[in-house]
Design a protein around this ligand. Sequence first.
Ligand code: SPV
Ligand code: MG
Length: 290
Amino acid sequence: MNKNQILGAKLRDAALTHAMAAHNPLAAKLAEQAGFDAIWGSGFELSASYAVPDANILSMSTHLEMMRAIAAAVAIPVIADIDTGFGNAVNVAWIIPQYEAAGVSAVVMEDKTFPKDTSLRADGRQKLVRVEEFAGKIAAACAARRDANFLIIARTEALIAGLGQGEALSRARAYAAAGADAILIHSRQPTPDEVLGFIAAWQDDTPLVLVPTAYPQLTERAIERLGKVGLVIYGNHAIRAAVGAMQSVFARIRRDGGIYNVDAALPTVKAIIELQGDAAMREVEQRFLR
Ligand code: SPV
Ligand code: MG
């Protein structure tokens, strides 16, 4: 099975699939080593790593090239966050083969207007396109893929936009009918109640995807018991871990007036060299450097 087939099979089987966010190949490698099933090619994380808002400030090609680099660095599938699809159905039809060629196995596209605003910010600009327009974008994505196993995941932001369960459900049904392989239902409520209400009302066979950043108390075991959720995405924990670690080490070095205290607590230089793929390079060196 290729990576696309593996991800599709995992999405549909009984066990919950776990994706960890990454903003570069090193973060993706660490997530793979930790045992995650897939990488979430997060727009939020990539934007943060460039110190710009997650609001379509970065270009599609910046995101695409990072997805290519990540997919080349790991053996597990990559799920690319293509925001709103960088335009209308015509843009979507154009970019899907490019993401496929970059080696990713799935895209998640959300039903907000372009340019988007990030979902988890209080008082963000959360405006949705018409349901027909977004169903057309999903259908365009499905028609544009070369490999039928490449997954198109539709994400509705109806709850994020405060439009209620009825709107979220009718949008999700329309996107599933348009061919979406899964539905990501997003919420930024501090409890899982809103999402649980949606899941209880969801009678379609299309699997659901959750990003429980705002309601972290919902455990994997509890999600598994719900039965209808195929994939959980941890949306921003790589960049938050990196920011926290850097802040604390940088502050300590300034406080101490040197690196003598932090050195022993940090991963060794040797460990970083290993993560860089040094072993593979030495093998090539041995065989071919004459
Ligand atoms: C991302 O990680 O870019 C996402 C998830 O889209 S969230 O930030 O929660 O909207
Ligand atoms: Mg995003």
